[in-house]
Design a binder for this molecule. Structure first.
Ligand SMILES: Cc1cc2nc3c(=O)[nH]c(=O)nc-3n(C[C@H](O)[C@H](O)[C@H](O)COP(=O)(O)OP(=O)(O)OC[C@H]3O[C@@H](n4cnc5c(N)ncnc54)[C@H](O)[C@@H]3O)c2cc1C
Length: 553
């Protein structure tokens, strides 16, 4: 054992879900160990990675919103620095904070229809109200990230907002988090979880409160390889640390392990623990990693990896237009001196914002021939376009989409154990209504874009049918992914065919094992999803404590 202490709760993964969950569990006074495979990201937690110009400040590359884009533009660099998880085909962060350490910070309050569409009984809007309000009271977010109260580089956004609000029928301008249910024919500025001009998020709120409790411990650079069980009873986790490998145990009989390692990380741990579909477990058994697996008689056959969902993002409309440009990628190492000074002095200016100005956001609902209402989120970035300037308008199909995919192990035996997307969850629904919804919304927005004065439509090509254009230029593939993976550990009120966890987040057929992360959310919401995961984690924490008789909520 690498630790003689036993724990009431071991939470695996310090990301969007694991941090608020660990905080909630630790409120009870029970002992909570949060294990995170990565290193400290934010300066507050001991993070060190930063470009020269941040030396001497209390900031790392993760804390400055504008530096987010650099990671995406230089994925090889980010992987080499062990920021991105090297063992998934998808982009995900393997440092403290998980996705929240590196993402765009978009922070949308979920609407009732989100809960009622994508979550099972027991997790619908009425059930989720208190948790959602608690999360937004602690982490309200902002639509003006810069501390001086100004938005920067908004020329394109203003032109587009004007076009949308004067279209026929007009989109209504709203602050989206003031009316989370109104995501149909509405336009908003981006809402972020940023705080006081820095990244903020769950690391600056829930992790701070958890860390003040003596019964809570955060342990970094500790990878959980598998859960250990005697038959169906979980006894602890097997870990790898820089000092070596070993086990950490839960309190005998009553202690629990909760997997919050994200869609890819949790599935990998489950597979390695002999929990998953037989085809995947057999593949694993045949791989070099298989020597450590439990014997086949102890495998637990669950549909881990099925029901995978994510938004297909279509960078479908490109407009040449006179807008400002800003070199956010160059700003990583050599920011504009006045902007760096402004940011360092009082966290204001363009470096408090993310990447090319990302505004506005707007939503359409399209009801398909199958009678299902599908939400399409649009966003726009402005900046340099080859030899001119302009805007890229992106459509992202969300709540209501019915296409689903699957994740599984990489079939290539020569590579390390990699979690792959074996079927992408895009445009494979039987009726074709997912695709038709995007076509319809794109036709509508294209009409609006065409009416913008002094704008030239670069894409779609003049005269080409929109459906043909989308089919040819955006075929279903990983290139459409939005990094919003959900659904791979399907939750239903009761265990049964296709179900991985029950409505109390317990892994079916196992004692003392839960999953609480994006994997238990059944589909993508109308907007970027992370606030859903944080609220689900808070609610899950309450449910787990209640099961253990610790608290009545
Ligand atoms: C580039 C990018 C941009 C995004 N932008 C946005 C956005 O603006 N708004 C939004 O709503 N969503 C955004 N997302 C999505 C959002 O960040 C994720 O959906 C969310 O973080 C998922 O939450 P999670 O708790 O399931 O997993 P994660 O946040 O990924 O957390 C999982 C944690 O578990 C750790 N872990 C994994 N395996 C192990 C193991 N074996 N042992 C120990 N620890 C382990 C990981 O290191 C990680 O810290 C973005 C994602 C990416 C990648």
């Amino acid at each position: 054992s690498v630790s003689n202490t036993t724990w009431d709760y071991i939470v695996v993964g310090g990301g969007a879900s694991g941090i608020p969950l660990a905080d909630k569990l630790s409120e009870s006074g029970k002992t909570v160990l949060l294990l995170e495979r990565g290193f400290a990201s934010s300066y507050r937690w001991g993070g060190k990675l930063r470009p020269q110009w941040l030396e001497g400040s209390n900031l790392t590359r993760f804390d400055v919103p504008a530096l987010y884009q650099y990671i995406l533009e230089n994925p090889a660099d980010a992987a080499a620095a062990n920021i991105l998880c090297s063992d998934y085909v998808a982009t995900a962060s393997c440092v403290l904070g998980g996705g929240t350490a590196i993402n765009a910070g978009l922070w949308w309050k979920p609407g009732s229809a989100d809960w009622d569409t994508i979550m099972p009984i027991g997790w619908n809007s009425a059930d989720m109200r208190a948790a959602t309000e608690e999360v937004f009271a602690r982490l309200p977010g902002t639509d003006i990230p810069s501390s001086d109260g100004k938005l920067y580089l908004q020329k394109g956004a203003e032109i587009l907002k004007k076009a949308l609000t004067s279209a026929e029928p007009p989109y209504e301008f709203q602050k989206a988090n003031d009316s989370p249910d109104a995501k149909d024919g509405t336009v908003s500025n981006a809402e972020h979880f940023f705080m006081h001009g820095e990244r903020g998020g769950v690391m600056e709120t829930f992790l701070v409160s958890a860390s003040k409790r003596a019964n809570f411990k955060l342990q970094l650079e500790t990878t959980v390889t598998r859960v250990i069980r005697q038959g169906k009873q979980i006894t602890g986790v097997e870990v790898e640390t820089p000092e070596g490998s070993g086990t950490i145990n839960v309190t005998p009989n009553t202690g629990k392990v909760i997997l919050s390692a994200g869609v890819f990380g949790t599935s990998k741990i489950l597979f390695r623990s002999g929990i998953g579909p037989k085809d995947q477990l057999s593949l694993l058994k045949a791989s070099p990693d298989g020597v450590n697996m439990v014997v086949e008689a102890e495998w637990i056959d669950l549909a881990v990896g099925h029901n995978l969902d994510d938004n297909p993002s279509i960078y479908g409309i490109i407009i040449a237009l006179d807008v400002e440009t800003y070199d956010y990628v160059g700003a990583f190492n050599t920011p504009v001196p006045e902007d760096a000074a402004k940011y360092l002095a009082n966290r204001s200016g363009p470096l408090a914002q993310i990447e090319p100005p990302l505004n506005p956001f707007w939503w359409d609902i399209v009801t398909g021939t199958d009678g299902i209402a599908r939400a399409i989120q649009w966003s726009a970035i402005s900046g340099q376009l080859n030899d001119t300037t302009g805007m890229v308008l992106t459509a992202s199909l969300g709540r209501g989409k019915t296409s689903r995919g699957r994740l599984g192990l990489s079939l290539d035996p020569s590579t390390p154990l990699t979690i792959n997307v074996t079927q992408v969850p895009y445009f494979n629904d039987a009726t074709g209504a997912d695709f038709a919804a995007v076509v319809s919304s794109l036709e509508n927005v294209l009409k609006i874009a065409r009416a913008i004065p002094n704008a030239t439509i670069v894409l779609p090509p003049e005269g080409q049918d929109v459906a043909e254009y989308l089919r040819a230029d955006f075929p279903p593939s990983m290139a459409l992914n939005s990094n919003h993976w959900v659904g791979s550990t399907k939750m239903r009120r009761r265990c049964g065919k296709g179900v991985v966890v029950d409505g109390e987040t317990r892994v079916c057929g196992v004692e003392g094992l839960h999953v609480v992360d994006a994997g238990i959310v059944g589909g993508v919401p109308a907007a970027n999803p992370q606030a859903v995961f944080v609220a689900v984690a808070v609610r899950a924490g309450e449910k787990i404590l209640k099961l253990d008789g610790g608290h009545e909520w």
